[in-house]
Design a protein around this ligand. Structure first.
Ligand code: PHB
Length: 364
């Protein structure tokens, strides 16, 4: 009997050959001059084309949306051309790839910002976290609060990035609304102290999310747009006084927008799957009409079980995908997995990026 994890799933007009997804993974290997995707990035993604779906590393929608060195962007012609090489390579290898659209908000540093300006945020509250700059790890810089009129400009930046994703040949896009970055900063009340229509009530805190989803679904069919949330994660020094209520509203908005999938980081980002006492992922998931993609700490058994029982439709694997380009085949054959090397996760070259071995020695 073949487990359901290894069977196809259709989202709108897109059929995934299996339910194994390559999660978005920051690797800091874009060309430093202009944050442009390059041939090495194309090789890395193409190696992983047997995934049911690839979601790119988080990709800034604008220079202001950047928070770490050498993360790729999707706002310049050079970046679009670079991504076109990536999507062409993935498609030639038989894969499907969505771009993850990212604005870091306050999780940045003046040295990474245009003209050394302060990062922007819903409110001028500094994140107690660090980012990676040209000279190594640094505390995040104090942000300034976006003016109400500027929020529309940010929404337009998302629209342009979506148009660029389409021009670059992506099959769809995922809105990064997780892990303490800009959209998440607006959603949660520890970081959003605004008194305009974007702050205060849950309706107001989810307004930016709704406006961004509206522009994204005007560029791509709604079924080709996904969204990622991390309701119970504190990654990025973020929290909420009532995450069940906040994310019930956010997920309802995503469902009403007709999105193809809901992607959730279950538990702490890159950490434990443990949830606070009153957290109920199943209850949140039921509010979404489309496909449910689960992420965080899944191994083979947990993934097979989650899909078999209907707890999830798709499973996104992160660190396992760094080390195993042929993860689908390895899971299908219950073969041993390569062990990821943390020292080469962020930045560097081919080592720890495109040199993890395939099960069967593959003709290069
Ligand atoms: C990171 O660069 O460390 C990073 C980026 C995006 C995430 C999480 C972590 O969602």
């Amino acid at each position: 009997m073949i487990e359901k994890l290894f069977t196809p799933l259709t989202i709108g007009t897109l059929t995934l050959p299996n339910r194994i997804v390559m999660a978005p993974l920051t690797r800091n290997r874009a060309t430093p001059d202009g944050d442009v995707p390059n041939a090495l990035n194309a090789e890395y993604y193409a190696q992983r084309a047997t995934a049911g779906l690839i979601i790119t590393e988080a990709t800034q929608i604008s220079p202001e949306g950047k928070g770490y060195i050498q993360t790729p962007g999707l706002y310049s012609p050079e970046q679009v051309a670079g991504w076109q090489k990536v999507t062409d390579a993935v498609h030639a290898a038989g894969g499907r790839i969505f771009a993850q659209l990212w604005h870091v908000g306050r999780v940045s540093h003046t040295s990474l910002q245009p003209n050394g300006q302060a990062p922007v945020a819903p409110s001028a509250i500094t994140a107690a976290t660090q980012v990676f700059t040209a000279t190594g790890f640094a505390d995040t810089s104090p942000p300034r609060a976006l003016e109400t009129s500027e929020v529309k400009r940010v929404v337009e930046d998302y629209r342009k990035a979506a148009e660029n994703a389409k021009a670059a040949g992506f099959d769809g896009i995922e809105l990064h609304a997780a892990n303490g970055y800009l959209i998440d900063q607006f959603l949660r009340d520890s970081t959003n102290k605004r008194t305009d229509e974007y702050g205060g009530s849950i309706e107001n805190r989810t307004r930016l999310l709704g406006e961004v989803l509206a522009v994204l679904t005007s560029v791509f069919p709604a079924s080709r747009v996904g969204v990622r949330f991390s309701p119970f994660s504190n990654f990025g020094d973020i929290s909420d006084s009532d995450p069940m209520a906040t994310f019930a509203a956010a997920i309802t908005k995503a469902s009403d927008a007709g999105l193809g999938y809901l992607h959730m980081v279950e538990g702490q980002t890159g950490g434990t799957r443990e949830l606070p006492p009153n957290a109920d992922i199943g209850k949140l998931r039921k509010l979404f009409k489309g496909v449910y993609m689960a992420n965080n700490g899944y191994d083979r058994d947990l993934a097979i079980r989650a899909v078999e029982t209907g707890a999830a439709d798709l499973i996104a694997f992160g660190s396992r995908y760094i080390a195993n380009p042929d993860l689908v085949e390895r899971l299908a054959r219950n073969a041993p997995l390569n062990v990821p090397d943390k020292a080469t996760f962020y930045g560097g070259g081919a080592e720890g990026y495109v040199d993890y071995p395939f099960l069967d020695a593959k003709a290069a």
